[in-house]
Design a protein around this ligand. Structure first.
Ligand SMILES: CC(C)(COP(=O)(O)OP(=O)(O)OC[C@H]1O[C@@H](n2cnc3c(N)ncnc32)[C@H](O)[C@@H]1OP(=O)(O)O)[C@@H](O)C(=O)NCCC(=O)NCCS
Length: 171
């Protein structure tokens, strides 16, 4: 397994990957078939991320296929240029092999080189595997976001988690 940054030419494969993980997990913001992004739009998103100092898409690749991804989004506005948020997913067939952890390690190396000092994420409050992974990487729970998802008419709470990079134990 190798991790690299996504390129514009990865747009088609990225859409195929996202459609697949939507089927495999209820923890993402989109349902199966709902992504609604064309290859052209995805190319623009990836081109923007490549050009922006505060955005990055990492892909975990195995046998030329995407098996995991992490996308981080920041801002160039001065007051919030030090902070950003990421989303992460791994193909179900590859869960529990350390890929999620390695994608986060890439982000934690990338972030300080791009002026990021605080990383945020939101996670379903019942997504224990993900919360354990984030806690292991130093993230702490910052607050409960009530009824962030509505699935089959049922409210699902989320946790806001964050990491101030200079407060990491291994700094
Ligand atoms: C959450 C998610 C990204 C985690 O990815 P992952 O690759 O399975 O994560 P890791 O393998 O790094 O860590 C998960 C577990 O595997 C264990 N693990 C790590 N390396 C391992 C290895 N080499 N061999 C076996 N197990 C390993 C970890 O100890 C961890 O165990 P734990 O659950 O007891 O803490 C993945 O489950 C996923 O995509 N879920 C669906 C989408 C989702 O929930 N996204 C998050 C939205 S906020």
């Amino acid at each position: 397994m190798k991790i690299r940054e996504a390129k514009v030419e990865d747009a088609k494969a990225m859409i195929g990957y996202l459609d697949q993980v939507a089927v495999e997990s209820d923890n993402l913001t989109f349902e199966p078939g709902e992504l609604g992004i064309t290859i052209k739009i995805e190319e623009k998103i990836l081109a923007h991320a490549q050009a922006s100092e505060k955005d990055v898409f990492f892909m975990a690749m195995e046998n030329n296929e995407i098996v995991g991804n992490l996308n981080f989004h920041g801002s160039t506005r001065k007051r919030i240029a030090h902070v950003g948020e990421f989303g992460i997913s791994v193909r179900k067939s590859h869960w529990g092999q350390g890929i999620g952890g390695q994608l986060m390690d890439e982000l934690l190396l990338w972030a300080p080189k791009h002026g990021i000092r605080k990383i945020n994420l939101r996670v379903r409050a019942d997504n224990e595997a993900a919360i354990r992974l984030y806690a292991r990487k130093g993230f702490s729970k910052e607050g409960l976001l009530r009824c962030e998802y509505m699935i089959d008419g049922i409210c699902i709470d989320h946790l806001a988690m964050g990491l101030v990079l200079e407060e990491r134990d291994d700094q």
